[in-house]
Ligand binder design. Structure first.
Ligand SMILES: [Zn+2]
Length: 58
């Protein structure tokens, strides 16, 4: 089991087996897209994925 804390809402959840670094998964609580940046000692570090789908402008 690998645990991951959402950096946006601090919800802690377990990653599916086979989740790999650089995979993008949605937070099960706040639904933000998270990119897995490291997996170590049963814990994963994630950051909010920057997805440039659209240019929102200012
Ligand atoms: Zn979240």
């Amino acid at each position: 089991m690998v645990k991951c804390e959402c950096p946006a809402c601090y919800f802690v959840f377990e990653l599916d087996e086979g989740t790999i670094v650089s995979e993008v998964i949605p937070c099960p609580d706040c639904a933000v897209d998270l990119e897995i940046i490291a997996i170590e000692n049963g814990e994963a570090n994630a950051e909010v994925a920057e997805i440039a789908e659209e240019d929102w402008g200012e």
